[in-house]
Design a protein around this ligand. Structure first.
Ligand code: CAA
Length: 284
């Protein structure tokens, strides 16, 4: 473990970025949480406080520890502030052009030798790394939602990622109380290469009238002990995110078996994005 890492930069204060900031701060790291608008940062801090409150309610954390954890997070809209970060993880929206812009900018801000990780769920680590002057220090560090609860971190090595970078990120994940699993850079890595076609096929089953969304979910909850059925999970992840990942799989593999289900595409076009929009396969 690189014990020089004391301050962590998190770029993007959405669901994943705030969860990542939460676990780093909870472990004792100072966190610079960066997003483009103050209101996104405020929403993230509110979410982190609520989620820490769950632990406090169960007696796992005192009120003072909740406050100290929140105080370790410094929200900022200024990317230049990340010059102080010993390590940075990007958790912006899952669009290549946006991540590319952020990676180029961070490469200019973060001092040489420091690791630039991405929480991307499907975009090529190798491609993002090639945009920087430090491809050996670029790596995938893929967390799962809700970040404070899910113990997996998929650690993805790009073609140029060094062994030292990999070892540091692996140790960092362990320090957060997570279990790192090593994966190579391929579309969707392992998690989404397997999960998204399951969700996509579940959507086909509904579209073709094989079963209702409720019935499909019950099959997986009761028959396979999944905590959520695939369509409840799709609503939880966001149907727009699911379609974006299917497109990355489709383009990356050039194989029609990864084409997004037309029902999913239509629902996204209608703005039925799942839980965050109040409507997806279910109403919220
Ligand atoms: N933050 C912190 N803690 C949370 C939380 C959050 N956002 N949400 C739930 N929890 C905690 C609760 O406090 C509770 O803690 P205790 O066990 O200590 O009491 C525990 O998690 C269980 O929560 P609940 O009792 O409220 O609800 P539940 O039993 O229905 O579990 C769930 C909720 C953990 C979300 C569960 O339904 C689940 O595991 N679902 C599957 C989630 C999943 O598959 N995530 C991966 C999505 S894919 C992804 O993220 C990556 C990608 O690339 C798309």
């Amino acid at each position: 473990m690189d014990f020089r890492i004391k301050t962590v930069g998190v770029i993007g204060a959405g669901t994943m970025g705030s969860g990542i900031a939460h676990v780093f701060a909870r472990t004792g790291f100072r966190v610079l949480l960066c997003d483009v608008e103050q209101r996104f940062l405020e929403r993230a801090l509110g979410q982190i406080r609520t989620n820490l409150g769950r632990e406090a309610a169960k007696g796992k954390l005192t009120a003072e520890e909740v406050e100290a954890t929140v105080q370790r997070i410094a929200p900022t809209t200024d990317r230049e502030a990340l010059a102080e970060a010993d390590f940075a993880v990007e958790a912006a929206t899952e669009r290549f052009a946006l991540k590319a812009e952020i990676f180029r900018a961070l490469d200019g801000v973060l001092p040489a030798g420091r690791i630039l990780a991405t929480n991307t769920s499907s975009i090529s680590i190798t491609k993002l790394a090639a945009l920087t002057g430090r491809p050996q220090e670029v790596i995938g560090m893929h967390f799962f939602n809700p970040v404070p609860v899910m113990t997996l971190v998929e650690v993805i090595r790009g073609l140029a990622t060094s062994d030292a970078t990999y070892a540091t990120v692996r140790a960092l994940a362990e320090r957060l109380g997570k279990t790192p699993v090593e994966v190579n850079d391929a579309p969707g890595f392992v998690s989404n290469r397997v999960l998204m076609p399951l969700i996509n096929e579940a959507a086909y089953a509904v579209m073709e009238g094989v079963a209702t969304a409720e019935a499909v979910d019950q099959v997986f909850q009761l028959g396979m002990a999944h905590p959520m059925g695939p369509l409840t999970l799709a609503d939880f992840i966001g149907l727009d995110v699911c379609v974006d990942i299917m497109r990355v799989l489709y383009e990356g593999h050039g194989n029609p078996r990864f084409a997004p289900c037309p029902l999913l595409v239509r629902m996204v076009d209608a703005g039925w994005l799942g839980r965050k929009a109040g409507r997806g396969f279910y109403q919220y």
